[in-house]
Design a protein around this ligand. Sequence first.
Ligand SMILES: Cc1ncc(COP(=O)(O)O)c(C=O)c1O
Length: 362
Amino acid sequence: MCVKPKAALAGLETYTPDVAKASDGAPIRLSVNEGALGASPKAVAALGAMGGAMGAQLHRYPEQIDGALVAAIAAYSGCDAARILPSNGSDELIGLLATAYCDAGDEAIITQYGFLVFRQAITIAGGVAVVAEDDGLTASVEAILASITPRTKLIFLANPNNPTGTMLGRGEVERLIAHVPKHVVIVLDAAYAEYVEDADYTAGADLVDRHENVVMLRTFSKLFGLAQLRLGWGYFPPHIYATIAAIRGAFSVNGAAAVAGAAALADAEFYQRALNHNRQWMPKIQASIRQAGFMPLPSVANFFLIRFADDKAAAKAHAFLAARGILLRKMRPYGLADCLRMSIGTDAEMEAVSAAFKDLEL
Ligand SMILES: Cc1ncc(COP(=O)(O)O)c(C=O)c1O
């Protein structure tokens, strides 16, 4: 008999982000929804300044929960500092929530085209992922409510959703919360909240304040451009905060991430520039792809789907673009093999994409 991992892992589909290098030349990587403009210069400067000082401190563990970072997040978000928990990317919190609330065989609801990490986290925890069908490419509150059973422990809702770029408005999120039993935890994953300009949108902080079964997850990996450092945060009702803080890995947020994160939050100029860049390019690049005869789909985030005639056409477009050093994300793992997902990049990258689509023949 050989050693075997726990039975739940037999069904695990490993999450594999598409960060491969394109075939030749400098790859234009638009496959991972990273921030277009890099990191805030203030965050980079803070890292540089800490470099020397930190050199002498590398043998020290970081703060278990970095007080300055939490204070900066509270000032930025208006959230209650006592219930803000930083993490090693928001992915860490997705895993911890599944681990904390799924006993073996318990159910957690995910949406049809929802973020794949949810399913992975539920499986690892020993739970069962129950899929609520989307309405087109948007999460359906009706379908989520219809999927609830006595075994449901969690609902994972990315809002806006990755990879579809669609969102639910405040009214729909509130309707969901109103109809979900209080013993079910509703996870509002607002990784792309910073980009959303729709007046009907809420990332959910006020909903966390008002409901003891609602949590909000945020990240520094997108608009703030700190993906490499792995920094996220969650906002929780007190009892969920206590549970997640108790099972979070000790020192899971490293000192460099904490310093850079706090500095990034204080850089209003970079924040506005990143937002303006996205606001400017989203309609512009979509118009240019449409003009070339292809079909970009609406998005409220910093990425969008492009729908092709069929799976083969999408694969061919992916290969054509990769040969030009432009890497988009294939959507087969999400059940959308006729689509590719593209993030907004720099001005030069968007010009290159625009030119490539003009030359694309399928
Ligand atoms: C919906 C969603 N949630 C969470 C994450 C993970 O973010 P982090 O880098 O903070 O782990 C992503 C990253 O792509 C995402 O798309």
